[in-house]
Design a protein around this ligand. Sequence first.
Ligand code: SAM
Ligand code: SF4
Length: 347
Amino acid sequence: MDGCETIGKDRGAEGTKLVDPFGRTVKYLRVSVTDRCDFRCQYCMSEEMTFLPKSEVLSLEELDRVCAAFVRKGVEKIRLTGGEPLVRKDIMVLVNRLGRHLKTGALKELTVTTNGSQLTKLAPGLAAAGIRRINVSVDSLKEDRFREITRRGDLNQVLAGIKAARDAGMQVKINAVALKGVNDDEYDDMIRWCAETQTDMTLIETMPMGEVDHDRTDHYLPLSLVRARLSEKWTLEDLDYNSGGPARYVRVKETGRKIGFITPLSHNFCESCNRVRLTCTGTLYMCLGQNDAADLRFPMRVEKDSDELLEAAIDEAIGRKPKGHDFIIDRRHKGPAVSRHMSVTGG
Ligand code: SAM
Ligand code: SF4
């Protein structure tokens, strides 16, 4: 892909901005670059996953092309996710290509959400491409438990990856899914560990996305409860800091580090939602919790020399961005509220 022509030319910010029917300007694109993963986290995937055939997955050139179109339309932040983005073959070619938008200033931030398994190898390259911050998922600091949750992950490899990322100059934020009866005895230790390693942490509520091998309500843990428990031990100071997403942030006075609480099941962040999600097949989801989507692969493949159709499809999709989502997780609704897995939309 090196030397590939960027179709649709990088025309800077002259394209029209993406404003949805509720007046929200879309500035944040999350891109799932693959549905594959080297882990099988219990809450995310089933043991036996069927992954997509390669022909359905966007090529690196197509991913670059669609990202460029969004940047022209005013997107300022791109997050690469998955599946595991860093196991996609030649992912660094895409990362380096996207880095050009950072150089022009059109893109303010390029970032990655990863399970950390490839970071010892890739962290220096990510930093060199202009990535300043990454999110690494760590649901437990106990080796055996980590292996059990991820079914095949190696905690030490991930911790070495986090060190490599920090050594390369990137800020690391830890993502941990709050799981009742699984890791809810560890948050104090995690807070201490974050202080030692100078990392911030985000706790995430489980979301009912995709069929997994167990009843997810068994492990559902409301973060309001976690927060109440933590504040018995730590001084949690509310922060105004708003990432434009579903996280609310506090600072732990004793350590100085931040904790984010992502509660996607509550509706309170929808009104400030500035993001859309692209799957690795080129399907654009305008809301994590709704099924309406737009196909961006077809206009790209049908019109190879121009981005006119692609841009029109993006505009049309943003014109349908819904007001909010409708997640339900309770015992009356055993199945997932949204049938696709998080590894398809990338969270
Ligand atoms: N593989 C990368 C990783 O694990 O960080 C990126 C993709 S993963 C789908 C993105 C984030 O979504 C991870 O932090 C993961 O823990 C979280 N996640 C996956 N399935 C989830 C679910 N059903 N509910 C809540 N969070 C979930
Ligand atoms: Fe893979 Fe991330 Fe899903 Fe775990 S959460 S199975 S690491 S995609």
